[in-house]
Unconditional design. Structure first.
Length: 154
């Protein structure tokens, strides 16, 4: 029985998948470490960081940033409120609009938590040149196409 060694195309594709898995594992471990040390999920910390930057954001704005539904965002904000990290206030001009702000405890947590995981990626991608951003966007879009990923919310 003969055994063929993997060709260079197989090795290159395996290296790409391995690197993607490295990133996936890093993001997962980063989120777990944040949850363990600070008592909030990585997504909750992302929301807190966004609110530090854009105080008084609406649920819709926060939803867009987190790439989740408004109802999921409302649940997330409710948990942040329970932890004393954020407050919700109805807009006086339009009672349908809810604005979210950090409490002192929320500001303190953001100041203490390390920039890691998705937060670190967001900050570093934002600092890229327009060409680097376009190149990464194109590569990510191609990867999404290969996996038949449409804009799915989980």
């Amino acid at each position: 029985m003969s055994h063929d060694a993997p060709d260079s195309r197989y090795r290159e594709s395996a290296a790409i998948v391995a690197r993607f898995l490295d990133i996936y594992r890093y993001l997962h471990r980063s989120s777990q470490a944040i949850a363990s040390e600070f008592g909030v999920s990585g997504r909750q910390l992302s929301a807190l960081r966004y609110l530090k930057r854009f105080d008084g954001s609406t649920i819709g704005e926060l939803s867009d940033y987190l790439h989740i539904s408004d109802s999921s965002t409302s649940e997330l904000v409710a948990k942040l409120e329970e932890k004393g990290l954020a407050t919700r206030t109805r807009c006086q001009q339009d009672n349908r609009v809810v604005r979210v702000s950090l409490t002192e405890a929320g500001q303190d947590l953001v100041a203490r938590a390390p920039l890691a995981g998705i937060g670190l990626m967001r900050a570093r991608v934002e600092a890229l040149s327009p060409q680097e951003m376009a190149d990464i966007a194109q590569a990510i879009e191609r990867l999404a196409d290969l996996l038949d990923v449409d804009q799915v919310s989980f």
